[in-house]
Design a protein around this ligand. Structure first.
Ligand SMILES: [Zn+2]
Length: 404
């Protein structure tokens, strides 16, 4: 088998592309049988109606992805336990053959190009993934508006971000609008205006006795024991797995997590924005410490840049700390970074307030409109992408070829 045949055989085993001849996205149905949810979607009395541009329901996500035409490639990268398709939309040139080696081997081989390709992709590759926690809709709303903008020039509000679109055009850009469709299917459209108790119940769920499972409590199990809960929250998928922590090498449990890892590896992803939300003002979390030191420092510098911009634009009332000490947390970002050598950062949008209403002590110091809830997505992408044009995200190697 020569190299070309080898590459062809690899391509035959690649993820399921939904692609028309000529390189444009096709109409498709990535849907197979979608099963009803085991748990009823949580009902929150008095929840404010969402604005029209807040498209975060599974049906809406599938329709937008199915209808996308401007992307150069489209894949259903996984089906969730309930049978929902997880879409990845690709913008830019994605005609490169699969890597002949993985990043682990390739980065130690005779040349880094064994992984990156020879020639390597002409542009850096960026992955934006939203909705890994289905209860957190802000980045899904941002991703949906971004896709609408990439497809039509304007988002669901009729607004455009020309600077961001220009930056995206300088990359190979992949967007996964919602990785955890199961969690989304049982979650409300938003958590705007809710108190701490309701926020936690909707996010991490409740045990059968009605008590909160809690954020840390939810991590005591993998998967969450669904026979013990009255509501699992929109955090995990329908099997109870928190995809963000599906990060034990050799024992990846979810189709969603595995697909994201394979997506990063296959397309030689250089940088990742992982979109979440929490109960505080928006911020990029302090990056993880588990990576090569240069990448940890670089990730930290990018997070500082994004946080400064979020503050400058009035979306976070608290002056951000700079050069924070990277954390020992292990999560999907850790293994994504290993899969392709990428920088991986988590954006936390706010679900409603700077701080949640937790009587009698805590009163919110800042409230957000729906526009402001998803605005950090656009700010973070703009700053992150701009940084990568000033200096490549990852120094893959030099042109030296090692003899043995
Ligand atoms: Zn989250």
């Amino acid at each position: 088998m020569n190299r070309r045949e080898f590459m062809t055989s690899l391509a035959a085993g690649a993820a399921v592309p939904v692609l028309a001849a000529g390189g444009t996205c096709a109409a498709d149905s990535g849907r197979k049988d979608i099963r009803p949810t085991r748990f009823k979607p949580i009902e929150i009395p008095g929840l404010a109606p969402r604005p029209d541009f807040w498209k975060v329901r599974p049906q809406e996500i599938m329709e937008l992805c199915e209808g996308a035409r401007k992307c150069s490639r489209k894949e259903v990268i996984a089906h969730t336990p309930l049978g929902y398709p997880v879409y990845a939309l690709f913008y830019g040139d994605f005609n490169d053959a699969p890597p002949q080696t993985n990043w682990s081997a390739g980065s130690s081989s005779t040349t880094w190009k064994n992984y990156m390709g020879n020639p390597p992709p002409a542009k850096q590759t960026f992955l934006f993934v939203a909705g890994i926690h289905g209860a957190e809709p802000e980045c899904v709303a941002g991703a949906m508006n971004l896709v609408k903008m990439l497809e039509t020039g304007t988002d669901f509000r009729g607004r455009s971000y020309p600077e961001l679109l220009d930056l995206i055009s300088k990359y190979r850009f992949i967007v996964v609008p919602c990785a955890n469709m199961d969690g989304r299917a049982i979650s409300p459209d938003h958590l705007h205006g809710l108190g701490w108790q309701e926020f936690r119940a909707a996010s991490q769920g409740t045990w059968k006795d009605g008590s909160l499972i809690g954020w840390r409590g939810s991590k005591s199990w993998f998967p969450l024991p669904l026979d013990k809960v009255s509501y699992p929250g929109g955090y995990p998928n329908a099997d109870g797995f928190n995809i963000m922590h599906d990060a034990a090498p050799g024992h990846i449990r979810t189709a969603e997590g595995r697909a994201l890892l394979q997506l990063a590896e296959r397309w030689r992803v250089d940088a990742i924005l992982n979109g979440h939300s929490y109960e505080y003002a928006p911020t990029i979390l302090t990056p993880g410490a588990i990576d090569v030191p240069e990448k940890v420092a670089r990730a930290n510098a990018i997070s500082d840049r994004v946080n400064a911009a979020i503050y400058r634009e009035g979306l976070n009332p608290n002056k951000p700390k700079e050069n924070r000490t990277p954390r020992g947390t292990i999560n999907l970002n850790t293994v994504l970074a290993l899969a392709s050598g990428a920088i991986a950062l988590t954006l936390e949008c706010s679900v409603s307030f700077d701080r949640p209403i937790k009587p009698p002590r805590v009163k919110p110091t800042r409230t957000y409109t729906f526009d402001e809830l998803m605005e950090p997505v656009f700010v973070a992408l703009r700053e992150y992408l701009a940084d990568g044009l000033e200096r490549p995200f990852v120094v893959r190697g030099d042109d030296k070829v090692f003899p043995d």
